[in-house]
Design a protein around this ligand. Structure first.
Ligand code: NAP
Ligand code: MG
Length: 477
């Protein structure tokens, strides 16, 4: 039975309500978390405000940076423990969970090292005046994160906000709150002052909505679905609060006829089965030049058929999906595609020893998928890859840009000119050229265009999102 972390104290919900914690690997309930409410959000926002006015708010960048770097070290010292918690909570393979914890540590190292390197500017102005531009924290920042990479997401969202000196309130996904709670204890032991981080667990429509609409917050970072992202942005608008939205994707792998196929094919398979396809940046569309379509897709299919699905301990390429609703949703896409006659080119295998009560789906490669089919346009958020042929460069760009999303893209060709032209023409926040980078890369500014959201996380640009400038104009004669 876990507790929430508010103002440096561990608390149950005031009314004692709880939510079950379910293992996706076998469907069993193995723990409980508090089901918080608007009341706990009030307390958390007040504790964060007090922190900005107290010990935390008085620290300078060097001191904050030192604390963040100590948190990074402490996360690495607890890597195995955190990875076990994460794997049990999400069902993901142990090696993926271990990598996620390393990335969590990286966020604190990176932003810890950056905390004392943010500086303002001076601006030439009228004679007799001195103008300085300060960069200041926003105050209390709210962070609502999803269940697919709970540890990575909390690092991505919190570390830059803390580096700038904001105090934070985190609402983890109801399905995956355990690593955030353990992290709060580890960060506190590493020296994070009271109130700088508050973690409130519970349901999205209860605590998530209460946090997004709270008049006491100054900023919201939201990662999740388009549907909820719209609600969060409406709530932010009512309080005139800035928000960064990281929403879905339908990222294309654009493969030209001169591709280095032996290098590309395994990376392409990995980019869709990683985390059971529950990655906003999953490479879920495989666009291949028609002249090599059959040959290249055949190579991908061969590798795809070797993908194995199992429990975290089996540590295969792919674990279960998050919950029963997600399994049903992914299965519906697979069933509909089959029913509409789209050929199945390859299927992965679910280990026979995987518990039948777990939420396993068979990774599936479909192709050719008609361009208007839901599989070609909608985010499945599961290990389902849609292959489609294109004719030439112009057709590839049209097809790549033919969804509502614009998060990531990859271009595969040995022709340097084509690589640049296509990368520039594709609408996406990141474009990988002869490589792919779903997750990780804390140094690389990341975020969406179109319906994939707005604002940037990761890299030094994230520090700008969680801070504001103040212009000081001084007449000195
Ligand atoms: P979700 O339902 O939108 O949930 C995301 C977060 O919002 C969770 O913490 C959720 O809490 C909370 N929430 C739910 N209803 C809310 C409300 N009314 N007000 C405020 N918060 C609320 O998304 P998901 O199902 O967890 O994740 C899947 C989607 O997220 C996919 O579309 C995926 O592409 C996208 N995603 C995007 C990125 C990115 O970086 N761009 C990363 C990961 C996922 P509960 O869990 O308690 O409901
Ligand atoms: Mg769970």
């Amino acid at each position: 039975m876990k507790q929430m972390f508010i103002g440096g104290r561990w608390l149950s919900a005031h009314d004692g309500r709880v939510l079950p914690v379910v293992s996706p690997a076998d469907g069993e309930v193995f723990d409980q978390i508090p089901r918080g409410s608007a009341r706990e959000i009030d307390e958390a926002v007040a504790a964060a405000r007090a922190a900005t006015e107290g010990a935390w708010g008085r620290l300078n960048g060097t001191e904050r940076g030192r604390i963040l770097m100590r948190i990074g070290e402490a996360v690495l010292a607890h890597e195995e423990e955190l990875a076990q918690i994460e794997a049990r909570d999400t069902g993901k393979p142990m090696s993926t969970a271990r990598n996620d914890i390393k990335v969590l540590a990286r966020y604190f190292e990176f932003y810890g090292a950056a905390a004392d390197k943010v500086h303002g500017e001076t601006i030439p102005f009228l004679s007799g005046h001195q103008v300085s531009l300060l960069r200041e924290p926003l105050g209390v920042t709210a962070h609502i994160i999803p269940w697919n990479y709970p540890a990575q997401m909390l690092g991505r969202s919190l570390a830059p906000a803390l580096a700038m000196g904001n105090a934070t309130v985190l609402k983890p996904a109801e399905d995956t709150s355990l690593s955030a709670l353990r992290f709060a204890a580890i960060a506190t032991e590493a020296g994070l002052p009271e109130g700088a981080l508050n973690v409130v667990t519970g349901l999205g429509e209860e605590v998530g909505a209460a946090l997004a609409g709270h008049p006491g917050i100054d900023f919201i970072s939201f990662t999740g679905s388009n549907e909820v992202g719209t609600l969060v942005q409406q709530a932010a608008a009512r309080n005139a609060v800035k928000c960064v939205l990281e929403l879905g994707g339908k990222s294309p792998q654009i493969v030209f006829d001169d591709v280095d196929a032996a290098r590309a094919a395994p990376i392409i398979v990995r980019a869709i089965v990683q985390n059971a396809g529950q990655t906003c940046t999953a490479g879920s569309r495989l666009l291949v030049q028609r002249s090599i379509y059959d040959r290249f897709v055949g190579q991908v299919a061969e590798l795809f058929a070797q993908v194995r699905v199992g429990t975290p301990q089996m540590d295969f390429d792919c674990g279960p999906v998050m919950n029963a609703a997600q399994r049903d949703r992914v299965q519906r896409y697979i069933d509909q595609a089959r029913a509409s006659g789209i050929p199945v080119l390859a299927e992965g295998r679910i280990a026979p020893e995987a518990p039948v009560t777990g939420y396993y789906v068979k990774p599936t490669l479909f192709g050719p998928v008609p361009r208007q089919d839901p599989l070609a346009r909608e985010e499945v958020f599961g290990p389902v890859l849609a292959a489609m042929p294109f004719d030439d460069e112009a057709d590839a760009i049209r097809l790549a840009n033919g969804t509502d999303y614009g998060l990531l893209a990859a271009v595969w060709t040995e022709n340097a000119g084509r690589l640049q032209r296509v990368a520039k023409a594709v609408k996406a926040g990141q474009v990988f050229m002869n490589c792919y980078g779903a997750g990780g890369g804390v140094e690389l500014p990341f975020g969406g265009t179109k319906r994939s959201g707005h604002g940037r996380e990761k890299g030094l640009l994230a520090l700008e999102e969680v801070s504001a400038t103040k212009t000081l104009v001084h007449y000195h004669g």
